[in-house]
Design a protein around this ligand. Structure first.
Ligand code: ATP
Length: 723
């Protein structure tokens, strides 16, 4: 079913789902959490699920959005600023400067009904209307609103602008606010007024990379589509937008929290049986134990405290390669420890070579930059870097969009050896001359195929051609992913030294075998019923439900709440604080169901996710592999159920059959039939013309081995032909 059809189906529900806030009956409980609150009456019951969702999923955690009833809002006590956000800011999508952005006691979602253009637009957009906000200190309600309710902004597209920023930081922040909300459906981005973030702008007209769902933002430029990044939320500064004030709460500092980890699963030891291929000249032998890596004592202690006793295959091969100073492209199944595979040898080198101890400086010159496509993922990588560098003088910093730029800068100027960043925020910070690149020795692209695709690729190219960035001969470049389409491997050459090594653990682009995959044929209109049936059977086990569009994510989450299934959601139209809240609620088990778009498909490592449900199949098989990889991690088992709608998913039949059979899963006969009937000559694994690379695209193979053994073989690769 196309998106249009969903519009038709969703909209009537949307209007009926508009929560009419009844402040007396639905005001917050003590903890500001109204979820699962028993209804006071049957009429309340009707509305409750939608309130539940808004409250629970952070739409409403104590905020009044775009609320006309500013007076009511003020009565609620204006608790502000957990973590500092929202303090002193006022919100209101129509010039209401009194409604406060609250975060605290009161859990309520306020939404007014109105017949005006904005509201109609909002309703059409969905029920997720959020009130706009303005910087209270700059407030000028008569001026252009910094952020209208989502719907209202869209309804009045073109009328969006900014007041004059009052200082450099302000300017930059203003420039940054493209936000998930505002990036929608805008033309190619151009800088306006403030040239200082030009590097982050798509000078070529290409938008930020990221994820695209069916109705997600597409920005055209450079003669081809490039995605307005949902993942990034468009924080780059490439257009004007509202001021982002969110300051993420600092992670816990106590050692127990830093080293908290989950257990490896029963299949962890089976990793050793996976075939590993290493291609490229003179690959150093794999190591079999952490001891062989000869890491310094502090690092070894941290590894032990993290609960790592045994290397995973990608670690066995990648660690010695990186320690030998080689460039690397590594492809290994989801959840198999790629993060430590690059962090540990980098940290070991930094410890060996010595780093500038962190100290306050306006311009920081980190030794290592790690980029990844989503905010949540860079944050996760940062936490891993912080864990492994615990007790050393190495300081890791994380910066990402959707948060206050000033906060990112403050983190950086305190000292920065390892910078974990999303591309947009990174380019902004470089543009602000807070980060110098001269000292860069390591450049890591996690989810590298995504980082190099047409979404993020242009940004990455800008990064490596930034003034000061050491040439590829002078730095070590490392790329990791579970998928690596051939054409992306070719693009990667520009970033890597010609003698880079390629490590493939198992089938490149293959699914993790610890995930039991089931494909069900379900038509679009039966999906919800099926979903509820499955979730009821699952009970409280943690489940991620992937849908294709942000709008549908809201819709399904609301629907599930209505069915009394505790659900939250994450997607690119949600504020960053809401995204983090949603992830937190999911991680803690408070909401065992997380409805997500592809923004959550890659990299996220959440303990105990036992099920992934593809309510909608993604458009590419690689995406499928990443999504189902949110379960079955680190030797644990998991289950993935995918709804296959023959009306829309036939193009995936062949690659699905391949992925299933490669992972030794049952292939339904009906799927084989569809695959056969849509046979594409020459198909070898993917849609969109690209295929799984079965090997390093340079075609040379030097090693074919199981992960338990190190070996070296002659390398037939002709570097010249590759370069
Ligand atoms: N050697 C090890 N021993 C025990 N646990 C490990 C080891 N290596 C990694 N882990 C844990 O396994 C989990 C998955 O690791 P990680 O997130 O790095 O996987 P990944 O390969 O990057 O997955 P994805 O492809 O989804 O990004 C993490 O919780 C990590 O701490």
């Amino acid at each position: 079913m196309g998106d249009e059809d969903w519009e038709a189906e969703i909209n009537p529900h949307m209007s009926s789902y508009v929560p009419i806030f009844d402040k007396d009956r639905y005001s917050s409980g003590e903890n500001g959490d109204n979820f699962n609150r028993a209804p006071a009456s049957s009429s309340e019951m009707d509305d409750r699920p939608r309130r539940d969702y808004f409250m629970k999923s952070g739409f409403a955690s104590g905020r009044n959005f775009g609320n006309r009833d500013a007076g009511e809002s003020n009565k609620r006590g204006n608790t502000s600023a957990m973590g500092g956000f929202g303090a002193g800011k006022s919100f209101g999508n129509r010039g209401f400067s009194n409604s406060k952005f609250e975060d605290g006691d009161s859990s309520c979602f306020w939404r007014e009904s109105s017949n005006d253009c904005e509201d109609n637009q909002t309703r059409n957009r969905g029920f997720s209307k959020r009130g706009g906000y303005r910087d209270g200190s700059n407030s000028d309600t008569s001026g252009p609103s910094r952020r209208g309710g989502r719907g209202s902004f869209r309804g009045c597209r073109g009328g969006f602008g900014l007041g004059s920023p009052s200082n450099e930081l302000d300017q930059d922040e203003c420039m940054q606010r493209t936000g998930g909300l505002f990036g929608s459906r805008r033309p190619a981005l151009s800088g306006t007024g403030n040239g200082d973030t030009s590097q982050s702008r798509s000078g070529s007209g290409s938008g930020r990379g990221g994820y695209k769902g069916l109705n997600e933002e597409v920005i055209t430029g450079s003669g081809k589509n490039s995605w307005k990044s949902e993942a990034e939320g468009g924080e780059s500064g490439d257009t004007q937008g509202p001021k982002v004030t969110y300051i993420p709460p600092p992670p816990p500092e106590d050692e127990d929290s830093i080293f908290a980890h989950y257990q490896t699963g029963i299949n962890f030891d089976k990793y050793d049986t996976i075939l590993v291929e290493v291609s490229g000249h003179d690959a150093p032998p794999a190591i079999l134990t952490f001891e062989e890596a000869n890491l310094c004592q502090t690092l070894s202690n941290n590894i032990a405290k993290a609960g790592y006793t045994k290397l995973t295959p990608v670690q066995k091969y990648s660690i010695p390669i990186i320690l030998a100073g080689r460039d690397l492209m590594a492809c290994a199944q989801t959840g198999s420890g790629k993060t430590a595979a690059f962090l540990l040898p980098i940290l070991a080198h930094m410890m060996r070579d010595g780093v500038t101890a962190s100290r306050f400086k306006e311009l920081q010159e980190p030794e290592c930059i790690i980029v990844a496509p989503t905010r949540e993922l860079v944050n996760q990588i940062y936490l891993e870097a912080r864990k492994f560098s615990f007790g050393t003088c190495i300081r890791a910093v994380v910066i990402y969009g959707g948060t206050q730029l000033g906060h990112s800068i403050r983190q950086i100027v305190q000292g920065c050896n390892i910078l974990c960043a999303t591309p947009g925020r990174l380019m902004d910070i470089i543009g602000k001359e807070k980060i110098g690149l001269k000292q860069i020795k390591y450049l890591v692209l996690d989810e590298a195929d995504r980082m190099l695709d047409m979404g993020f690729g242009p940004e990455m190219k800008k990064l490596i051609s930034c003034p000061g960035m050491p040439s590829k001969e002078q730095r070590q470049t490392l790329m990791f992913s579970a998928t690596f389409p051939e054409e992306i491997q070719r693009l990667a050459a520009e970033f890597l030294r010609s003698n880079y090594l390629f490590v493939a653990v198992g089938q490149v682009g293959g699914a993790c075998r610890d995930v039991q995959q089931t494909i069900l044929q379900v038509g679009q209109f039966s999906k919800r019923e099926k979903l509820v049936e499955i979730l009821r059977n699952i009970g409280d086990e943690r489940t991620m439900v992937f849908v294709e569009t942000k709008k549908k994510a809201d819709f399904i989450a609301t629907f599930l709440c209505q069915e009394k299934i505790s659900t939250t959601s994450i997607h690119g139209d949600r504020e960053q604080r809401e995204r983090e809240q949603a992830l937190g609620d999911f991680r803690s088990g408070k909401c065992p169901v997380l409805v997500a778009t592809s923004v959550a498909a890659r990299g996220l490592d959440i303990e105990n996710v036992q099920h992934v449900i593809n309510f909608d199949l993604p458009s590419t098989i690689d995406e499928y592999v990443h999504r189902i990889g949110r379960t079955g991690r680190c030797g644990n088992t998991g289950r993935a159920i995918s709804f296959f709608d023959p009306e829309s998913d036939n193009h995936l039949a062949q690659p699905l059959v391949k992925v299933l059979s490669d992972a030794q899963q049952d292939v339904p006969a009906w799927l084989e039939e569809i695959a056969f009937s849509t046979y594409i000559p020459g198909f070898s694994g993917s849609t969109r013309g690209s295929v799984f690379a079965s090997v390093d695209t340079r075609k040379g193979k030097s090693t074919l081995n199981t992960a338990g053994f190190s070996s070296q073989a002659p390398n037939p690769v002709d570097d010249e032909s590759w370069d």
